[in-house]
Design a protein around this ligand. Structure first.
Ligand code: SF4
Length: 372
């Protein structure tokens, strides 16, 4: 029986330059030769690790932007995945894409190659906000590409959005959400802007530009507004209609194993984490991955803490199966009792979960459980 239940593939390219807020391992431009070498190496990685995989429950192609690959390159990548791995019959297969670089041909290559869930990077519909954060690309294509995807039979659609940009108003964010909902996605990822050290945006804006009041207003609006359209928050930044959670992420938050292929991709085998070198050049020349080993007790706590990112938290039976902790053991942790007194976690006969406040101040739960 293989170790890994799901597969992540990192595509380290974007088309049209790098966004000013981006700290992901990606390069804004690439040559056909770089992409050829990347795909060749990726195939070798697939061949090497596929025997360690179970039939895959999910595949997630992220980056970077998979739609920075050409239609032929995408077709090759997808066929290599199918050739090397066994997929469960209802395997969830997501690809991220940028509406700007996702042409009709690329969309067709993705959907005919097996992708059944699309995650489009929108961030904001408003030019002013896009300019402020230095988001590359335009959205002219967005509506037609969503319509075409639907006509081709796509059912699962996520849109990525960014809110609480310094200088943004609640009205502007409301407008973004309204326009996102109008495209009838079944899933929305709403991330508050994080100023990542070293990015051009972090040099332009100061931490004191962060507007906590705006963040809180947007956070509350997200729950209230999206509920009217059948979306429920199920993780700090993720909202979905019933039955439309992202399986890939949901399982990762709950301690399941995954294989990561490509530069910067991380794998988790249930006890140790292995991170491929983040630079494309290092990965191409076989620089070994960094392995993060933790004592078993510390890893179990980490897994327990990550599950508390989700609204559902941990069902007691699942928690015992995945982390080995019993209900009594968890409730005996002094830090857990303290989190409960502070109104950040709660439990009943079925589950251990964060409160609404606990989701908002999730770092406190993470820290308390990991360091307990
Ligand atoms: S499209 Fe995404 S990965 Fe690419 S530069 Fe922009 S934020 Fe980074």
């Amino acid at each position: 029986m293989g170790v890994y239940r799901s597969l992540y593939i990192h595509v380290p390219f974007c088309a049209g330059g790098k966004c000013d807020y981006c700290a992901f391992a990606s390069q804004g431009h690439s040559s056909a030769e770089e992409r050829r070498r990347y795909l060749e190496k990726l195939s070798q990685e697939f061949q090497r690790f596929a025997p360690e995989c179970q039939p895959l429950r999910s595949i997630f192609m992220g980056g970077g932007t998979p739609s920075a690959l050409s239609p032929e390159e995408l077709s090759f990548l997808l066929s290599e995945i199918r050739r090397n791995f066994t997929l469960e019959a209802d395997c969830e297969w997501t690809s991220e894409a940028n509406p700007d670089s996702l042409t009709s041909e690329k969309l067709r290559a993705m959907l005919s190659g097996g992708v059944n869930r699309l995650s489009l990077g929108v961030q904001s519909f408003q030019k002013e906000i896009r300019n402020r954060i230095g988001r590359r690309g335009a959205l002219e294509n967005l509506e037609s590409i969503v319509q075409e995807a639907r006509e081709l039979g796509l059912r699962r659609l996520n849109l990525d959005l960014i809110y609480a940009v310094p200088g943004e108003t609640l009205e502007q964010w409301r407008e973004d959400l309204k326009r996102a909902v109008a495209l009838s996605p079944d899933h929305l990822s709403c991330y508050s802007l994080i100023l990542e050290e070293g990015t051009p945006l972090a040099k332009r804006l100061l931490p004191e530009d962060d507007d906590d009041a705006l963040f809180l207003d947007c956070w509350r609006h997200n729950d209230e507004y999206l509920a009217q359209f059948g979306f429920q928050r199920y993780e700090i930044s993720n909202f979905a209609k019933v039955g439309c959670h992202c399986r890939h992420n949901d399982e990762i938050w709950h301690g399941q194993t995954y294989l990561g292929c490509g530069p910067a991709a991380v794998s988790f085998d249930g006890s140790s984490r292995r991170a491929n070198p983040s630079s494309l050049a290092d990965w191409l020349r076989d620089v070994p991955p960094e392995v993060d080993e933790l004592p078993p007790q510390a890893r179990r706590r980490e897994i327990l803490a990550f599950g508390m990112r989700t609204v559902a938290g941990w069902n007691w039976d699942d928690m015992r199966e995945v982390t080995g902790f019993t209900r009594d053991e968890v409730l005996a942790i002094p830090e857990v009792q303290e989190l409960s007194r502070d109104g950040l976690v709660q439990w009943d006969e079925e589950a251990f979960r964060p409160t609404a406040q606990g989701l908002l101040f999730n770092d406190r739960i993470l820290e308390a459980i990991i360091l307990s």
